[in-house]
Design a protein around this ligand. Structure first.
Ligand SMILES: [Zn+2]
Length: 363
């Protein structure tokens, strides 16, 4: 590292005379450092990107002679390892045009904020996105928002798979389509609109009904991440899981049960798979009293959705996809996240501690 600098997003704040907080107020990023004699604060002030590591050490030891070179170097190494420091003299990342740097300037700032992994340059996450290929299966409410976010975020290739045409009842939530698109194949209209959002990435589409394991296996083979935004056929999540476990492909799904939106994040080999959780859920239900559903109502409508519920599910799925590609933020994987729109409070993460030996897919 040529000229270490505390990331601007992680601005240190001194509380009284003996405690320093670095990383702001966001949980998961911030840390408190005990600093009774003030040398940590002095060190943080020196890490402003104007000094080499040797100059930082020399300046700090001069001000706090009780500290040794080794103390200071170890403290700087700890701050770098914790993700609070970048290199003001970082090498040119190469391969990003001036237009791309301008377009993604604010994404870079947010990634830098959330990122706790030391990187070669602050553009590395954007380069990872540019090199990534994602297939979005299902361009409905969830898929529209997810695909839009991936494309504007600079994912290098986004492929949209969807068999249907645009209908009037889609327009309350499927944000890629306009009234002019009524009757057009969604895959075609989506590709056109997405390419208007960002001509620097590749957007492709296929008017395809994904109705078996073979089709999913083919899609999983050709992409880095599968984003499943379709809920039909009924077994499609399990099929996607099987295809992704077999091919080693990371995948996410986004969806909703009325006002409860959810997102699953899976990386094969990193923990329990989707079917492990299904085995456990079947077991849990078997131990409960038998449920009887009211015949008067029939079934809970599965398509109750608006632009908020579908959009948040799509954004969660896109967020998880960006995380799988870049490692930022370092989300928990192999679990399900949910969010309740009625209370705006009851978010949850559900996942097993370990894979199930009796899982039909990965056991
Ligand atoms: Zn499993």
């Amino acid at each position: 590292m040529q000229r270490p600098m505390i990331k601007p997003e992680h601005l240190p704040v001194r509380h009284g005379g003996d405690r320093v907080r670095i990383g702001g107020v966001v949980r998961g990023i911030a840390a408190d450092i005990s600093d009774p004699d003030g040398w940590v604060w002095a060190l943080l002030e020196l890490l402003d990107g104007s000094r080499t590591p040797d100059q930082v050490v020399a300046d700090l030891v001069r001000r706090h002679p009780v500290r040794t070179d080794a103390d200071v170097r170890a403290a700087v190494a700890d701050l770098v390892e914790a993700g609070y420091v970048e290199d003001a003299g970082e090498p040119d990342p190469g391969g990003l045009s001036a237009g791309e740097r301008e377009r993604y300037r604010r994404s870079r700032a947010l990634f830098r904020w959330m990122d706790r992994t030391p990187r070669r340059t602050s553009w590395d996450t954007q380069l990872l996105l540019r090199g990534a290929r994602v297939v979005v299966i299902g361009i409905g409410g969830v898929g529209c928002t997810a695909a839009q976010t991936l494309v504007v975020s600079g994912v290098g290739h986004v492929h949209c798979v969807e068999p249907d045409v645009v209908e009037l009842s889609n327009l309350n939530r499927q944000v890629l389509f306009t009234e002019r698109d009524l009757g057009r194949p969604k895959a075609e209209a989506a590709v056109e609109r997405l390419q208007e959002h960002n001509s620097e990435v590749q957007v492709t589409g296929a008017r395809l009904h994904v109705d078996d394991r073979v089709a999913l296996r083919t899609l999983a083979t050709g992409f880095d991440v599968v984003l499943l935004a379709a809920d039909q056929p009924q077994e499609i999540r399990s099929w996607t899981n099987q295809a992704c476990v077999a091919t080693g492909t990371a995948w996410v799904h986004g969806g909703y049960h009325g006002p409860q939106v959810s997102c699953g994040v899976y990386r094969p080999g990193a923990g329990p798979c989707y079917d492990c959780a299904r085995v456990a859920e079947r077991e849990r239900r078997a131990g409960l009293p038998r449920q009887t559903f009211s015949a008067a109502v029939g079934e809970v409508p599965s398509h109750a959705a608006n632009a908020v519920s579908a959009g948040i599910a799509g954004q969660l799925a896109a967020h998880a996809t960006l995380s799988l590609i870049t490692g930022v933020p370092a989300l928990r994987t192999n679990c399900e996240f949910g969010f309740n729109l009625v209370t705006l409070q009851d978010s949850f993460a559900l996942g097993l501690e370990a894979p199930r030996p009796d899982c039909p897919t990965c056991g």
